[in-house]
Design a protein around this ligand. Structure first.
Ligand SMILES: N[C@@H](CCC(=O)N[C@@H](CS)C(=O)NCC(=O)O)C(=O)O
Length: 307
């Protein structure tokens, strides 16, 4: 086996983004299913408190957030590439739109339409995660009604991106833009076909979705969370690459806190071992998973010295 362990769950769209990347790169991996709601004691034992899905584990290194997971997969398995030069800047900009305004509208529309198919605890957990009151069924339905027109105004952008007959969003190569747009669109109909009519007007988008689905998910075998924790305990984290610090950054070796800038802002506290333009990494010692290093992307995370 490759040593890649993905902590994920089935209806997690960000997990789907990584599963498709694993398929695109034809990789073998071990699959650990995490609960979709907190508490997630096995996952947080590995990550030092990060609860979101997915997380990629390689031995005692834990890669959090899909932006960094895709970078790390590329570093280890460069071919076929997801970061072709000359297309990566645009791809990142498209991904930021797809995972921002597009996905937000899709999520509210899909959840509000399918709320009867989802456990109530999911709504309670997500409200707690964002520090908001638990929404009533009426307010979830109203949010769906407000979001439907926004989905319909943004889906034509994707059809337009593909209008010249290109196979992939940035042209001749698959990029992170394809993955980001794909998982947002996948979420529209993953739970039920109730919103499949929204694709009727978009022939190129439908064909592109089929090409994306054609990558599959690579080859996986199931693993328990306990076995993944044992693997972390029995491994040593990889030696950090050389850092490239900005003048404002805390020194390497400082005690720091890293937290997501948007939601699920639990602090991950540890010793700073790596900082560069792409990544922040902290070492966490002596927990249930032994000595591990948790890695985060620079963009989307805040770094500060521990108080
Ligand atoms: N920016 C993150 C977003 C991850 C994210 O929000 N994942 C969702 C599931 S699709 C999540 O973790 N929700 C809360 C949870 O599952 O605990 C990434 O790219 O990985």
């Amino acid at each position: 086996m490759s040593g890649l362990i993905l902590h994920h769950y089935d209806f997690s769209n960000y997990s789907e983004k990584v599963r498709v990347a694993l398929g695109y790169k034809s990789l073998e991996w071990s699959s650990v299913i995490v609960p979709p709601v907190a508490p997630k004691p096995d996952l947080t034992a590995l990550t030092g408190g990060y609860r979101r899905a997915p997380v990629l584990q390689i031995g005692a290194d834990l890669y959090c957030d899909t932006r960094l997971i895709l970078r790390e997969l590329e570093r280890r398995y460069p071919q076929p590439s997801l970061f072709p030069s000359g297309q990566t800047g645009i791809a990142n900009a498209v991904a930021a739109w797809a995972e921002g305004p597009l996905f937000r509208s899709v999520m509210l529309y899909a959840w509000g339409t399918n709320h009867d198919l989802m456990p109530q605890e999911l709504f309670e957990d997500r409200a707690r995660m964002r520090g908001l009151p638990v929404p009533s069924v009426k307010s979830v339905e109203r949010a769906a009604a407000r979001s439907a027109p926004l989905v319909r105004t943004q889906m034509p952008f994707i059809e337009d991106m593909l209008a010249d007959g290109r196979r992939w969003i940035c042209g001749t190569n698959v990029t992170v833009a394809d993955l980001a747009v794909f998982h947002a669109m996948w979420f529209l109909t993953d739970r039920s076909p109730r919103l499949s009519h929204e694709f009727d007007r978009f022939e190129r988008l439908r064909e592109w979705m089929l090409r994306m689905k054609g990558f599959g998910h690579g080859r996986s075998q199931t693993m328990t969370a306990g076995a993944a924790i044992e693997i972390a305990r029995a491994s040593s984290p990889s030696a950090p690459r050389a850092s490239v610090l900005q003048p404002e950054d805390p020194e390497l070796g400082s005690l720091v806190e890293v937290r997501a800038a948007d939601y699920a802002r639990d602090a991950i506290a540890g010793t700073l071992v790596l900082v560069d333009d792409d990544e922040l990494a902290v070492s966490l010692r002596g927990g249930r998973a032994g000595d591990i290093v948790a890695h985060f992307p620079r963009i989307g995370f805040e770094l500060r010295e521990s108080p």
